[in-house]
Design a protein around this ligand. Structure first.
Ligand code: GLY
Ligand code: MN
Ligand code: MN
Length: 498
């Protein structure tokens, strides 16, 4: 970074730390002399700025949904103060930070994604009939009188314009206050408090003697389980995530020759471009696994060669601007045609996935789709002579798992592994209902050094993953835009390369 692109007093001790300090004009504050800044420049920078306040803003599209979510949360924890932070920037190196992504819990309940934001639900007294008052605490616009605007690393001149508190109130439908007031307010708060942990050390420090790990965990579990059934807005976002992801997969197929000339990184970069242009980001590290790398479940190094005649396992998802992600895998013949052994393994996984998807319907046990998929894979492994049957014995002892490796799917939403804190009885031992969205993603993986399988299997990994919404009468495949059946995959690839 060039010298002139560093704020002259980044996070300097002279910068105001409380709202009261921030109100004081530059010259009245202690240590008011900024190194290298003349009084005249300091004075000059305080004036000559237009009023850019935005007025009469429409609420964000999900505002009525976030209000409904807060109402359910309020009903679950009556009389308790609830604190849900968005999180803070994390240092990557020296004075650069990782890209910020608001906590799922905060974004789910507010629709906002501001760093340092905190949602607080404060209980109404009994005389008001219970319930909570929601307030979102945010960094306000930068003060132009005291140098914060142009001299602080968090100043809007450096990081871009923020919404004013009044604008945020209109957009989110939640009263907004200055977050710099919050730690002191929380320290002085009385009554029961619960907080979502792990996102904001400053807020947690202010609450240390007021919260317990056990009670906070109950809040986290509630917010995880509350997200299992998606509302109309969320279903629309998940569909958009899948549609963008399908376009990203098409982009990749179009540039496979360039990937062959370089590496798996070309695939990663190509998909990322689609994710950033149409969405917020990728929802998780893209797995761009060519050849034997496909047998490594979380291959995200993506630095290997891409060779004609081998398979590419691409597991990637676009995260929308409201933070809903797809999670899709296709295993593609790099030269456009499966060879015999590749197709044999691919067809087995496809058949397994078909059985799994058919088991996704309201009233089914969550485990049903996993059991259906695994049974097909066990049957194939016995049929191919890789493991001694009968199939019941294989399933009972889990012997297929040497090659199936992972569960057949998971909930999907704002987190790729959504609802991960849900209790077992509410998740894997639960029952599917309309609005639940999950992945069905069986795979077979034959490691390159697996001496228990014939040589021709070694180094082949196949996974097919789709995003399935439970509907009133069955399911809908949100990722159906991407073909799965082998002939259709080949025809689709040929059409994109033509
Ligand atoms: N991409 C991670 C998974 O499929 O679960
Ligand atoms: Mn998945
Ligand atoms: Mn995946």
């Amino acid at each position: 970074m060039a010298e002139e692109l560093i704020p002259e007093t980044p996070e300097s001790p002279e910068m105001p730390e409380t709202p009261e300090e921030a109100e004081q004009p530059i010259k009245q504050r202690k240590n008011s002399l900024y190194p290298g800044v003349s009084d005249e420049l300091a004075e000059n920078m305080t004036t000559g700025w237009a009023d850019t306040e935005l007025r009469e803003l429409e609420p964000i599209a999900q505002a009525s949904h976030t209000a409904a979510r807060r109402a359910l949360l309020s009903a679950r924890f009556p009389g308790e103060r609830l604190v849900i932070p968005a999180g803070r920037l994390k240092t990557r190196s020296n004075d650069t930070e990782y890209a910020f992504r608001a906590s799922t819990e905060y974004a789910y309940l507010t629709g906002d994604q501001s760093e340092d934001g905190v949602l607080v639900l404060e209980p109404n007294g009994g005389e008001h009939g219970g319930g909570h008052r929601a307030t979102v605490y945010l960094l306000p616009r930068s003060n132009r009188e005291n140098g914060e605007f142009w001299l602080s690393g968090q100043g809007e001149l450096w990081v871009g314009r923020r919404h004013s508190l009044t604008e945020a109130e209109q957009l989110l439908g939640i009263p907004a206050k200055d977050v710099r007031e919050l730690p002191e307010q929380l320290s002085g708060a009385t009554g029961p408090v619960r907080a979502v942990r792990g996102h904001d050390a400053v807020i947690e420090a202010a609450l240390t003697d007021k919260v317990t790990a056990e009670r906070d965990e109950e809040l986290r579990v509630y917010l995880s389980e509350a997200r299992a059934v998606k509302d109309e807005f969320e279903i629309g976002e998940l569909q958009q995530a899948c549609d963008s992801t399908a376009r990203g997969f098409e982009d990749v197929v179009r540039v496979l020759d360039k990937a062959e000339a370089t590496s798996e990184r070309y695939i990663e970069g190509t998909f990322f471009l689609r994710a950033r242009v149409e969405g917020n980001d990728i929802g998780y590290g893209s797995i761009c696994a060519a050849g034997p790398h496909a047998t490594t479940l979380h291959w995200v190094r993506n630095d290997g060669p891409v060779r004609s005649g081998e398979l590419l396992l691409l597991d990637a998802g676009v995260e929308t601007r409201t933070l809903y992600t797809a999670d899709i895998t296709r295993t593609l013949p790099i030269n456009g045609r499966f060879n015999e052994i590749q197709r044999k393994i691919y067809d087995a996984v496809y058949e397994s996935q078909e059985a799994g998807i058919a088991a996704v319907k309201p009233g089914a046990k969550y485990r049903d789709f996993h059991d259906a998929s695994q049974r097909v894979l066990a049957e194939k492994l016995v049929e191919w002579g890789l493991v001694d049957g009968p199939v019941e014995r294989v399933l009972e002892l889990g012997l297929q798992r040497r090659w199936t490796l992972h569960g057949t799917g998971h909930m999907l939403g704002m987190d790729v592994h959504d609802c991960a804190a849900a209790r077992t009885e509410a998740y894997v031992d639960g029952t599917l209902e309309p609005g639940v969205c999950l992945t069905v993603e069986p795979g077979l993986y034959f490691q390159a050094d697996d001496l228990t399988v014939p040589e021709e299997y070694r180094g082949i990994g196949v996974r097919i993953e789709d995003d399935i919404l439970v509907t009133e009468d069955g399911n809908r495949n949100l990722s159906a835009a991407l073909p799965r059946q082998a002939d259709e995959v080949e025809a689709w690839m040929a059409s994109l390369k033509a």
